[in-house]
Design a protein around this ligand. Structure first.
Ligand code: MN
Length: 238
């Protein structure tokens, strides 16, 4: 039996080929798997479970619901879909995990995280995490706004984020070595899996192994774990 990990699909109506690849993956591999973990940024943006229609997510939520009746499915939010709430669980049948959760992966304690918490050299992003993403008061207030107002605010935030990304170097947007080593020791694990940076790879660190998932625009990155070990492969790009 397999356990699959994916992240950073950034699903949006403008990219039907990614939606198609996700659908085929869910109905092909995932229905026959033991577990599926989605490690964040499944959607390009999410401004509330009541606004799923904005990213034409309804058929995808239904697909997820259908698959979750056969396979144990978990969802961890990323920095784009951190406004997922209980209604999402109801609609998809997925169990929501909080960022930085340790699971038992075939006998090996494994830290799962979206990955942006490790990018501590990116001060602007850490500010965003602190004041918005992980700030319950901010999130509750934002979700209580009428949808058009939420759209407006989200668009402003995205524009600022684009501007920021064009100004900082690629190194700053990657994980910080010190934060990775700290996460291994704080969670007392020697294996972690994350996405966010879109840089599919396997890294050996002083105190553990770090598996990084790629995105679904170029690589369709899928990590597969069994009793025999872990491998990262790439789904066919249609
Ligand atoms: Mn991300």
């Amino acid at each position: 039996m397999h356990t699959y990990f994916i992240s950073d699909l950034h699903l949006k109506p403008e990219q039907p080929h990614v939606i198609k690849a996700f659908t085929e993956f869910m109905l092909g591999k995932v229905v026959h798997a033991e577990k599926l973990y989605i490690l964040g940024d499944l959607f390009e943006f999410w401004i509330g479970d009541d606004a799923a229609g904005l990213v034409k997510a309804e058929p995808l939520l239904e697909l997820m619901k259908q698959v979750s009746t056969q396979t144990e499915c978990y969802f961890m939010a990323g920095n784009r879909d951190f406004l997922v709430r209980e209604k999402f669980t109801e609609l998809t049948g997925f169990t929501i995990l909080s960022d930085e959760t340790v699971i038992d992966l075939y006998g090996t304690p494994t830290l799962l995280l979206h990955g942006d918490s490790l990018c501590t050299d990116d001060i602007k992003h850490q500010e965003f995490r602190q004041t918005m993403m992980t700030n319950t008061e901010f999130c509750d207030q934002f979700l209580s706004l009428p949808i058009p107002q939420r759209i407006e605010q989200a668009q402003q935030a995205r524009m600022q984020s684009h501007e920021h990304k064009s100004q900082v170097s690629m190194e700053i947007m990657d994980v910080s070595e010190r934060s990775v080593e700290k996460a291994f020791s704080e969670h007392n694990v020697s294996q972690m899996i994350h996405g966010h940076t879109h840089r599919q790879n396997t890294h050996q660190h002083r105190n553990g192994v770090r598996y990084v998932l790629g995105d679904w625009h170029r690589t369709n990155s899928v990590m597969s774990a069994t009793h025999d070990g872990i491998s990262i492969s790439n789904e066919a790009i249609i």
